[in-house]
Design a protein around this ligand. Structure first.
Ligand code: ADP
Length: 506
């Protein structure tokens, strides 16, 4: 068997201190893809040490010079989109159009960050005093820890790292343990681009390696995208530590609101996309469909018809809509939630927890297959299945009666606030939703998935405490300085404050 893949520290491929390895698995077949060294806290310590040393020179380059390295990465992402898209699909099970879209989104983020290097940065601000020039300038913060999940294995690392690097920070990247192959390619791309040693470092591994980044005071900024459970643990540890900042993007119990004024074609299309794309494993996937009673029966019939027939299968096949779940433990978790819904007494409409043998393609018997699970429940019932994030194709239809205020009340009846959508032809309903739904990402007459990198991305409430991704990440990875320069020999103060120095002799 080939040697396990290594970590990338200080511009070198290195074996860590530990002797353990782990394997990457194709979730559609169960086959082993490759073997990787498992990083330990001491490997993270080493990566932070070199990242801290490299920071001194990296921050002295101009933004445009730093961006040059990223243009090389951009070119490679573009040239290799199809090949890398297939690797994404093989390693995380997303159907092939999603695999490629992951790489395209990464390219967009790199393009945005590198292009931004030539754009104005900061603000020129008026001063009350004519002789004073005032500016808002940004400074990098230092070593940035990037802890990422498996479901966008190429895009999210670049969401974190592209802007962080252009702004002058150095990086220690701890990718998800489920998608080390994609992370290996990301590191190879930085190596191909000739990024200076220590500026970008990658340590493969699990939560203990991620935690070592969190625990290290030499890392002023931690960017985390992943589960609410881990994200809140990290935010709890660092929230109060001065000088350290953590930006977390976590999950949601997202909803699509479908009012009595909805175009039902748009409603059904948006609901299916929101619930089942990526097999429900996007942080923005919808697990609640809040549907007005006047159109409920028709919507239900149409949604159930599609959920019963949606194509689950080989994600490399372009005729597939839903691939497998990421791993066996996750499939077990989703199956447990389906069972919980049954125990909680909801009315089950579609149950494809166990797919028919005929639905599973040849050679894919060891994949982690679960099809759509759809049920109807009372929106006011105190049920775990309609409150807790499942992260799978597990969807509740919640029928409501009344006006848009009532629909938004149900939408907001969750501790989360990541993404949501409204389907309606009535602009007053849409505007009410826009202004009152407690969400970081909101859509009208669209699915609640499908972010673009030039928009902010992040949630409110339990879904996030900042923007570790897309363009607003600039706030997380820089500090602002309000800089004022006096062009006069006299010192004059704002607000009429006296600048006279008065002594006892005056
Ligand atoms: P998911 O459920 O999407 O896999 P997780 O929150 O479990 O999300 O994982 C997201 C990332 O966080 C992964 O890279 C994982 O290894 C890392 N991680 C898990 N536990 C911890 C922890 N205690 N501290 C820091 N990082 C962690």
């Amino acid at each position: 068997m080939a040697e396990p893949y290594q970590h990338y520290i200080d511009g070198e491929w290195v074996s860590g201190d530990g002797s353990e390895t782990f394997e990457s698995e194709n979730p559609a077949t169960g086959e082993t893809l490759a073997e990787f060294e498992r990083g330990s806290p001491s490997d993270i310590d080493q990566a932070i040490t070199v990242a801290e040393a490299a920071y001194e020179e990296w921050r002295e380059l101009s933004r445009i010079e730093r961006a040059e390295y990223l243009w090389d990465v951009y070119q490679e992402l573009r040239d290799r989109t199809d090949e890398l898209g297939e690797i994404v699909t093989k390693e995380c099970g997303k159907e092939i159009s999603e695999g490629k879209a992951d790489v395209v989104e990464a390219a967009h983020m790199v393009e945005w960050a590198a292009g931004d290097a030539r754009h104005p940065s900061g603000d020129i601000i008026p001063s009350e005093i004519a002789a004073k020039d005032a500016y808002m300038r940004r400074k990098p913060r230092g070593v940035t820890g990037c802890i990422t999940p498996w479901n966008f294995p190429i895009a999210i690392p670049y969401w974190h790292m592209a802007v962080a690097l252009v702004e002058g920070n150095t990086v220690v990247f701890k990718p998800a343990e489920q998608t080390p192959w994609c992370a290996q390619i990301i590191a190879e791309m930085f190596d191909d681009a000739g990024i200076p040693p220590g500026v970008f470092n990658m340590v493969q591994g699990f939560g203990d390696a991620g935690n070592a980044i969190v625990e290290d005071d030499r890392v002023p900024t931690v960017l985390f995208t992943g589960s609410a459970e881990v994200g809140h643990k990290i935010a709890g540890k660092l929230g109060d530590v001065s000088g350290r900042r953590v930006a977390c993007e976590m999950g949601g119990k997202n909803a699509v609101v479908i009012t009595e004024e909805a175009d039902l074609d748009i409603a059904v299309h948006s609901a299916v996309m929101s619930s089942f794309k990526t097999t429900g494993q996007r942080c923005v996937s919808a697990e609640r469909l809040i549907v007005h009673t006047d159109i409920y029966d028709e919507f239900k019939d149409r949604f159930v018809e599609i959920a019963s027939n949606v194509a689950v299968g080989d994600p490399l096949d372009e005729e597939t809509f839903m691939g497998p779940l990421i791993e066996a433990e996750h499939a077990e978790k989703v199956a447990r939630y389906n069972e919980l819904a049954r125990e909680e007494g909801v009315n089950i409409l579609v149950d494809r927890t166990e797919l028919d043998a005929a639905e599973i393609p040849d050679g894919h018997e060891n994949g982690h297959w679960i099809g759509p699970f759809v049920y109807e429940a009372d929106p006011d019932a105190d049920l775990r299945c309609i409150s807790e994030e499942v992260f799978g194709p597990h969807v509740a239809l919640l029928e409501y009666d009344g006006d848009i205020e009532r629909a938004v009340e149900i939408q907001n009846d969750t501790p989360y606030g990541l993404a949501g959508a409204i389907v309606s032809e009535d602009y007053r309903q849409i505007n009410y939703y826009r202004d009152h739904a407690e969400l970081g990402l909101a859509y009208g007459n669209l699915p609640c998935i499908g972010a673009e990198v030039q928009l902010p991305f992040g949630g409110v409430k339990k879904s996030g405490n900042g923007y570790p991704s897309a363009r607003e990440i600039i706030e997380a990875v820089t500090d602002r300085t309000a800089w004022t320069l006096n062009n006069s020999k006299d010192i004059k103060m704002a607000q009429g404050l006296s600048a006279d120095i008065i002594t006892e002799n005056d």
